[in-house]
Design a protein around this ligand. Structure first.
Ligand code: AP5
Ligand code: MG
Length: 191
């Protein structure tokens, strides 16, 4: 199974991706976690991207795509991608890479959470400079400008759905799982 999670900063992408990975035996691939790991390990990619993460800006597409290529193609039993694609350009470019390999996404899940709840969660977590109030505000603005158009681009596709992400993590997980199983059953039906 190959899934995408789309949602604002603090929407619970990482939390839900972990639960889905365990439930379906697939690999959790988080673009943000991988980028932060490069920064911690001070790799050359890490040194290049640190300023983007600190500001809450998106890292250039080619760097993210190169970084993700190997883990995505290695995830033979399936993946749940958390934080990628984040823009229409990334969606189009990655589709062109994975489509010929038969590794394209099968379901995209949008986690909808009100802004006040996102702010509350992120400021409570305090993940270093990235979660400082001004940076959180900027990340939310970048989401609005760059990722909301991706939701509009995917809107109306039968494999994309929105769930209310403001409930407890377990309730959100049960909702997502039920929707995925329904979608899988629908796809398996003879036409
Ligand atoms: P990324 O790591 O993707 O950060 P983000 O989108 O800002 O989201 P977070 O990881 O902060 O939140 P989340 O949605 O995973 O929520 P979580 O489960 O942690 O990206 C970081 C940076 O990397 C970007 O700013 C950019 O610079 C770069 N980047 C990454 N991908 C890129 C790409 N494709 N292109 C270009 N640049 C890219 O939950 C948040 C908090 O809420 C936690 O404390 C959690 O415990 C809590 N929580 C979760 N669910 C619930 C719930 N249901 N109820 C109550 N609390 C909850
Ligand atoms: Mg995350």
């Amino acid at each position: 199974m190959r899934l995408l999670l789309i949602g604002a900063p603090g929407a619970g992408k990482g939390t839900q991706a972990e639960l889905l990975a365990a439930r379906f035996g697939i690999t959790h691939i988080s673009s943000g976690d991988l980028l932060r790991q490069h920064v911690r390990e001070q790799t050359s990619l890490g040194q290049t991207v640190k300023a983007y993460l600190d500001r809450g800006d998106l890292v250039p597409d080619d760097l993210v795509m190169t970084m993700l290529r190997k883990p995505v193609l290695a995830a033979v039993s399936g993946y749940v991608l958390d934080g990628f694609p984040r823009t229409v350009e990334q969606a189009k470019a990655s589709y062109a890479v994975v489509r010929p390999l038969g590794a394209e996404v099968q379901a995209a899940i949008h986690l909808a959470v009100p802004r006040e709840e996102l702010m509350r969660r992120l400021l409570a977590r305090g993940r270093g400079s990235e979660d400082a109030e001004a940076v959180v505000e900027h990340r939310l603005k970048v989401y609005q400008e760059r990722t909301v158009p991706l939701l509009e681009y995917y809107a109306g596709r039968e494999w994309m759905f929105t769930v209310d992400g403001a409930r407890s993590a377990d309730a959100v997980h049960e909702d997502i799982t039920a929707r995925i199983l329904k979608l899988a059953a629908m796809l398996a039906e003879p036409t």
